[in-house]
Design a protein around this ligand. Structure first.
Ligand code: ZN
Length: 80
């Protein structure tokens, strides 16, 4: 349980400091799950966009032509 809370806290602070987080971020377990929690329990507005970061590409599976699949990043909505 402690683990989950700290992962959630990491995702929250990255979103608050940088405005976005890559779904393939290597320092956080199950980014998607943390984002889901933030949306559901903390009512954070977060949307998904295609991400082009190199680290994420290296972590992505390759498609049939050997090109990394497109992965996503999560972006915090600042508009109120
Ligand atoms: Zn990325």
């Amino acid at each position: 349980m402690f683990d989950k809370i700290s992962e959630l806290t990491k995702v929250r602070s990255v979103l608050e400091l940088e405005g976005e987080i890559c779904s393939k971020d290597g320092s956080i377990n199950r980014v998607r799950e943390q984002v889901y929690r933030l949306q559901k329990y903390e009512y954070m507005d977060i949307w998904k966009e295609d991400c082009n970061c190199v680290e994420g590409m290296m972590r992505s599976k390759l498609n049939k032509s050997g090109v990394p699949r497109i992965h996503k990043k999560y972006v915090k909505d600042w508009a109120i």
